[in-house]
Design a binder for this molecule. Structure first.
Ligand code: NAD
Length: 246
């Protein structure tokens, strides 16, 4: 028997990286996974996987989120994974970039949770919401991650606030705070700096364990927080960073 048998598991950013690893692991654990992403091409690679249904969704689009939520009659687990990393200091971040970062990383949670929390409440059975933050947030700084860190600190604050407000409805909210994880976007950021191998070595050296995380290592934590194994856990931020914040 899987750890998520029969649970309806909705997630964003399932097209690649951590989201994809979580979608596949949740399906293996017996969940009925509704895997969404803004990118229909990468999402297609999940088509045909047993237990996974795919839907194109831009979580920063309010109307799209509303339409999507209407089509989901029951939900047990919501994993808000979508995020955008801006590489730069405050002085590199124009207003458009600031707003885009907050829209994708924070406002999307407001849209998704505003739609799904009332469903959890109506269902009475409660549920688990896992939000993707980062160790680069209120936990620690990293050079050239100004607006990104601000958005992920907001995710941690929003998660704690919702956890307290809805604790009486048996809805648990937790956030996950990874260090550097080997995903397509991380490799893309390394490539953009001109010397990808050197940049990847720099990323690795910041993790005290001396390597990047594999997406599955983050997925194990998300599955734990999604499952009833964590039934006494709410309002927390979980650092999973290879010791980079020690
Ligand atoms: P990624 O950056 O490789 O992929 C991001 C996915 O999100 C893509 O499939 C993309 O299409 C999707 N996406 C982007 N905007 C979207 C939108 N508006 N609506 C729906 N989907 C959208 O993935 P990743 O590196 O696994 O990162 C996933 C999450 O984990 C992000 O929130 C990121 O900030 C966070 N995170 C990543 C790392 C890391 O080192 N990779 C570390 C800490 C936190």
């Amino acid at each position: 028997m899987g750890r998520l048998n029969g649970k309806v598991f909705v997630l964003s950013a399932a097209g690649q990286g951590i989201g994809r690893a979580v979608a596949l692991m949740a399906a293996r654990e017996g969940a009925k996974v509704i895997a969404t992403d803004i990118n229909g091409e990468t999402l297609k690679e999940l088509n045909g996987v047993e237990g996974i249904e795919t839907r194109v969704l831009d979580v920063a689009n309010k109307e799209a989120v509303e339409q999507f939520a209407k089509s989901i009659p029951h939900i047990d687990i919501l994993f808000n994974c979508a995020g955008y990393v801006h590489d730069g200091t405050l002085l590199d971040c124009d207003e458009k970039t600031w707003d885009f970062s907050f829209n994708v990383n924070v406002k999307s949670l407001y849209y998704m949770c505003s739609q799904f929390v009332p469903k959890f409440i109506e269902q009475v059975t409660g549920g688990s919401v896992v939000n993707m933050a980062s160790v680069v947030s209120s936990i620690k700084a990293k050079q050239s991650r100004c607006v990104y860190a601000a958005t992920k600190a907001a995710v941690i604050g929003l998660t704690k606030s919702m956890a307290l407000d809805f604790v009486g409805h048996k809805i648990r909210f937790n956030s996950v705070c990874p260090g550097a994880v080997d995903t397509p976007s991380l490799r893309g950021r390394a490539a953009a700096r001109g010397d990808p191998e050197k940049t990847l070595e720099e990323f690795k050296s910041r993790q005290r364990l001396g390597r990047l995380a594999d997406a599955d290592e983050i997925a194990y934590l998300v599955i734990y927080l999604a499952s009833d194994e964590s039934s006494f856990v709410t309002g927390q931020e979980f650092i999973i960073d290879g010791g980079s914040s020690m």
